[in-house]
Design a protein around this ligand. Structure first.
Ligand code: KG4
Ligand code: ZN
Length: 343
């Protein structure tokens, strides 16, 4: 079954053609980083305009690269949410139009669920379920129990900033460019993680929830003095910046690693599956490398970021399970709770 997937939930416009949920025949990802860099973050209105210009050329390129015509596609899958409302709508309307013109079924996919599927689709055979899923992205930080593909239980999530968002905000404080994650990781290599005693937050009675907003503020105060404001562009000694970056990163990633380990044990998960942009971080990967108790499944680096291959791959499974597509009246879901998209 050939599935054409479309992803436009934030600042990547992407289209992929995937056979039977795992074989990527063609994959085009265009990033908008150049557009948003000068603002230090994604500007929704600009993102939407760029998606409008890019979505059809990206679909055409994906078909051409795969040597395929639209008529040969069996199913159109699209990221339905969560994401930026306007951005999602552009992908959804493109997908609806293609489905209508070619008279093919349409299926909406949960973007966060797809981030986990990005790692799963690389496996030769499915992991032993249940396994633990960790979504670490710019918009989400969630731990989920994967009972099987399509059946999940939310175990915990961030109560404030997502981990990638914390990286981006700390990067801004340190005067680094957007997106901040890779920049902070690079700078941290030159710093001593033990310089500052930063800590990520815990949520009382919810051992698998996260909180990174206090950590980000602690970095701000350590960098610019107590009670300083993120908008104040005060001077930070360049010599301390690597230490701030390293100490922040260590606190954030050790918190994630500790909670992942505890959740895997509590729910008897032998395998942990990762997804989301932060998973390309080498320090994060290294924190798990000496643990032989669990198997860790990482997405390939190019599939950590938003991409349409994960949408097409998961769309195949959703369609197989439902034995039907969605209606053409399907709408964007800006907040699509993880556990809700699946029964
Ligand atoms: O999954 P993603 O592409 O978009 C969302 O769905 O949110 O993730 C983007 C996020 C950004 O916050 C970016 O700073 C972060 O992932 N990121 C990283 C790294 N590469 C990207 N964070 C830490 N270390 C990295 N190497
Ligand atoms: Zn994403």
């Amino acid at each position: 079954m050939l599935v054409l997937g479309i992803e436009t939930s934030c600042d990547e416009t992407s289209c992929a053609i995937v056979r039977d949920g795992h074989e990527i025949l063609s994959h085009v990802v265009t990033s908008q980083i150049d557009l948003h860099k000068e603002f230090g973050g994604v500007v929704p209105e600009l993102a939407c305009r760029r998606h409008v210009e890019t979505v059809l050329p990206v679909v055409e390129a994906a078909l051409k690269n795969g040597g395929l015509e639209l008529e040969q596609i069996d199913l159109i899958a699209v990221a339905q949410g969560p994401g930026l409302a306007g951005a999602l709508l552009i992908g959804i309307n493109a997908a609806k139009t293609l489905a209508w013109v070619a008279q093919k079924p349409l299926i909406g996919v949960n973007h966060i669920e797809a981030h986990l599927y990005a790692a799963l689709m690389t496996l030769e055979k499915p992991p032993l379920f249940p396994c633990l899923g960790a979504v670490l992205s710019g918009g989400h930080t969630s731990l989920v129990l994967i009972e099987e593909i399509g059946r999940y239980k939310l175990l915990g999530q961030t109560v404030d900033d997502a981990i990638g968002e914390a990286y981006d905000k700390v990067a801004k404080i340190l005067g680094l460019s957007y997106p901040g994650g890779p920049e902070v990781e690079k700078l941290a290599l030159e710093g001593d993680p033990n310089t500052y005693n930063f800590k990520a937050g815990n949520v009382k009675g919810r051992p698998f929830d996260f909180s990174f907003s206090g950590l980000k503020t602690a970095v701000l105060y350590a960098a610019r003095g107590p009670k300083s404001h993120p908008q104040m562009n005060s001077y930070i000694d360049p010599l301390v910046k690597p230490h701030l970056a390293a100490s922040f990163q260590e606190a954030a990633l050790k918190d994630v690693a500790k909670k992942i380990g505890a959740a895997a044990d509590a729910y008897h998960c032998q395998t942990v599956v990762f997804g989301g942009g932060v998973c390309s971080n080498q320090r994060l990967r290294s924190l798990f490398q000496n643990d032989s108790k669990h198997t860790y499944v990482w997405p390939p680096k190019e599939m950590c970021v938003d991409n349409a291959a994960m949408i097409a791959g998961l769309g195949y499974h959703r369609y197989k399970t439902a034995q039907a597509g969605d209606f053409l009246t399907m709408e964007a879901a800006t907040t699509m709770p993880f556990s809700c998209s699946m029964g």
